[in-house]
Write a protein that binds this ligand. Structure first.
Ligand code: IMP
Length: 420
């Protein structure tokens, strides 16, 4: 396959950054196609931890060309901060990507503070920025890097947003102050801004290997996720063409990244959720705290209803299973196979969030393993129970496993099948 999408199959934080980084060793281009700095990718190699929020995971490799496509919403301040830590990289930013400005994060806080049923957003202004895009009042990169046009649009936007912020008793923002600060960022960003659809199509013509990197996970998709507890873009493989400006048939496949269990940050139903000592043990061992907000993640058993949903709405050619080592030492592992909704056994995610809230997990038990597997270098070296767990997972979803990982380092990621 030449053009592969890396998709998060759950509620985000599946380890997509690590899998992208692993596959990127054979890629020419890594392209991020949605979301903004609500995402958090941690890539560890040479014992160094790299936390990325906006930048594509290929940015740490000077040979790889990185693209931030039109489907993204980009906070210029966050971008400049992230890029300032790096030296040698290749990058292009879409002139059609939208810009996240200070009033977007303020509105994000304002909306959340006024709700009884909070979504638990990252407060990064992602929802309000996509709202502006859909309402056709957002600011594109091409405007942002044009000083006069940026100023004109900013004045109008701040004027309108201040009226809205006042309704929530939030302080007014000063347009001139934002302009003075952000025009400096615009100058730093301008050299990277281009038509990335033209660029990507040229790279495809040149037979380059491209990885499309999703942020978040399919269960946070605006259309196919657990609405309204979702983000404001689509992390599915299906959204790549519109979010990058390439034809759908140019995508060869999607690798779905799943944890060996389930996590979720923010609010909303999670039928597989577990509590108490076991949840605490998994959270601690798996370092399950948000990269962006530091919030403790909720923990659940592996939920295959969710994974089959992801396969159907996004398309998955192969699976990459991460954090398998975290399950070592648990005597019996449960896998969710279906839900019980008011006595009816179902195999789908109800579209109505109230019904989803009522779903109880139907589970099977799998024997766990005791051995430390963090030094395992091949599938054959895994204990039989771990092999059985992986093959059950694969059978229940109907997708082959191509990669699994047993630790955070790049060399703890093991390839079963060459896919790139
Ligand atoms: P927003 O994307 O900040 O609007 O947040 C909407 C929902 O998506 C919240 O539940 C967030 O916790 C969740 N979310 C957004 N980005 C990520 C991510 O990268 N990993 C996990 N959850 C995320």
């Amino acid at each position: 396959m030449k053009r592969i999408v890396v998709v998060g199959t759950q509620w985000g934080d599946e380890g997509k950054g690590k899998i992208t980084d692993f596959l990127a060793q054979h890629a020419d281009v890594v392209c991020r196609y949605q979301g903004g700095n609500n995402a958090g990718h941690t890539v560890i190699f040479d014992d160094k931890k790299h936390s990325l929020h906006l930048l594509p995971s290929g940015i740490l490799n000077p040979k790889i060309f990185n693209v931030m496509a039109n489907g993204m919403v980009i906070n210029p301040k966050a971008f400049v901060e992230e890029i300032s830590k790096l030296k040698d990289f290749k990058l292009a930013i879409s002139n059609r990507a939208h810009v996240v400005l200070p009033f977007h994060s303020e509105l994000d806080r304002a909306y959340e503070s006024s709700k009884t049923n909070k979504i638990g957003t990252t407060h990064k202004g992602i929802g309000p920025a996509y709202t502006d895009k859909a309402a056709r009042i957002g600011m594109r990169m091409s405007t942002f890097i044009h000083e006069e046009r940026f100023y004109q649009q900013l004045i109008d936007m701040v004027d309108q947003k201040n009226k809205e912020l006042a309704l929530y008793h939030f302080s007014k923002l000063d347009a001139k102050q934002i302009f003075d600060e952000f025009k400096v960022y615009a100058k730093q960003i301008a050299p990277y801004v281009t038509d990335t659809s033209v660029l990507l199509n040229q790279q495809i013509q040149d037979n380059q290997k491209i990885l499309f990197e999703g942020a978040q996970g399919v269960l946070l998709c605006l259309d196919h996720g657990t609405y309204p507890y979702v983000t404001s873009s689509s992390p599915t493989a299906a959204s790549v063409p519109v979010n990058t400006g390439i034809a759908p048939w140019l995508i060869d496949g999607a690798i779905g990244v799943t944890k060996a269990y389930t996590t979720r940050v923010g609010e909303g139903p999670m039928p597989s959720e577990i509590f108490g000592d076991l949840a605490h043990e998994i959270r601690t061992k798996g370092k399950e705290f948000g990269t962006t907000t530091g919030r403790p993640r909720r923990i659940g058993w592996l939920d295959t209803v969710i994974l089959r949903h992801t396969k159907r709405v996004s398309g998955l050619t192969y699976l990459a299973v991460t954090l398998l080592d975290v399950l070592s030492g648990i005597k019996t592992l449960k896998i969710v196979t279906q839900y019980d909704l008011k006595g009816e056994i179902i195999d789908y995610i109800p579209s109505d969030i109230e019904d989803f809230e009522l779903c109880k997990p139907v589970t099977i038990d799998m024997p766990g393993w005791d051995q430390d597997i963090t030094q395992v270098k091949s599938y054959d070296e895994l204990p039989i129970e771990a092999k059985n767990y992986l093959s059950k997972l694969s059978d229940l979803i109907g997708v082959d496993i191509a990669i699994f990982s047993v630790g955070p380092d790049r060399n703890q990621t093991i390839s079963i099948k060459d896919i790139f």
